[in-house]
Design a protein around this ligand. Structure first.
Ligand code: SF4
Length: 273
């Protein structure tokens, strides 16, 4: 029997893993198994892109912290980084008049555990508006419907209400004051913007409570029935779900299809840090 350690620090990534495949959740967060198989081929390209994504996040963070753009530009020393950096500067995301918080972590207790949300940037005008930014270095722009359904979109907006009062003069934000923007480094003019409503907040809150309760009580974490999930999963060898990784190109091609929801794109496009 497998049980969740308590208290457990849930995040959008662990909830997404559970949604994609309960067994993946178990292997990664309960058994804490390391990464036995590559996620996608070609391995070198994928790893390089992940590292570049990580560095891009750092450059942007440092820029918001006030480091000069020309100094940071020297670190954008690969073709991808150079392009993303130029796109980022060109987008001119100033947020004048807002208080800015980079790499902000919010957390609150829930069902005997905690939920953590780690934001790339939160820009807030207390009492008026809050904009959550998340930088994405995906090679293909995902459909907005796909992003809207991600746990990240739901957890980030609701957590800002539940744990972000101190950023808003001590009062909880109301959902209608919140907007979440995914800014795509390769598609600088096509960000995905998600506003929020009280009804959505209520739904998200209850969905989060429900899934955390379900995971806490679970004594079995079955393998997903949807074997497409396995093609880009590092635990394929544990589950006898194929030794060969899926192609990164294929994953991106599937983003266009109706099966786009089935792909764990978080693992392909970037690494969290
Ligand atoms: S290989 Fe498939 S079944 Fe196994 S953890 Fe990964 S997604 Fe789940």
């Amino acid at each position: 029997m497998t049980t969740l350690p308590a208290p457990f620090a849930f995040s959008q990534s662990s909830l997404q893993d559970y949604a994609d495949c309960p067994r993946r959740f178990q292997l990664r967060y309960i058994d804490q198994l390391s990464w036995p198989a590559v996620e996608s081929e070609p391995v070198v390209d994928n790893e390089k892109r992940q590292q570049e994504g990580q560095l891009f996040h750092r450059l942007v963070q440092q820029h918001w912290l006030g480091l000069p753009a020309d100094k940071l530009a020297e670190l954008a020393n690969t073709a991808n980084l150079e392009r993303w950096w130029q796109n980022y500067l060109g987008a001119n995301l100033q947020m004048d008049g807002f208080q800015k918080y980079t790499e902000l972590t919010l957390s609150f207790p829930i069902g005997g555990h905690r939920l953590l949300a780690k934001y790339d940037l939160v820009a807030i005008r207390p009492g008026e508006k809050a904009v959550i930014f998340d930088w994405k270095t995906y090679a293909k722009r995902p459909r907005d419907e796909w992003m809207a359904a991600r746990w990240q979109t739901r957890v980030y907006r609701s957590s800002l209400i539940l744990a972000g009062s101190h950023l808003n003069g001590g009062r909880p934000l109301i959902p209608e004051q919140i907007e979440m923007t995914y800014w795509y480094a390769d598609f600088p003019n096509e960000p995905a913007r998600f506003t929020y409503t009280s009804a959505q907040f209520k739904r998200d809150q209850s969905a989060i409570e429900k899934v955390i309760h379900e995971i806490s009580k679970a004594d079995e974490f079955p393998l997903t029935e949807d074997e497409k999930m396995c093609r880009f999963c590092i635990y394929r060898s544990y589950c006898n779900r194929g030794a060969q990784a899926g192609q990164l190109d294929e994953a991106e091609a599937e983003m266009e299809s109706e099966t786009a929801f089935d792909i764990n794109f978080e693992q392909i496009g970037e690494i969290e840090f």
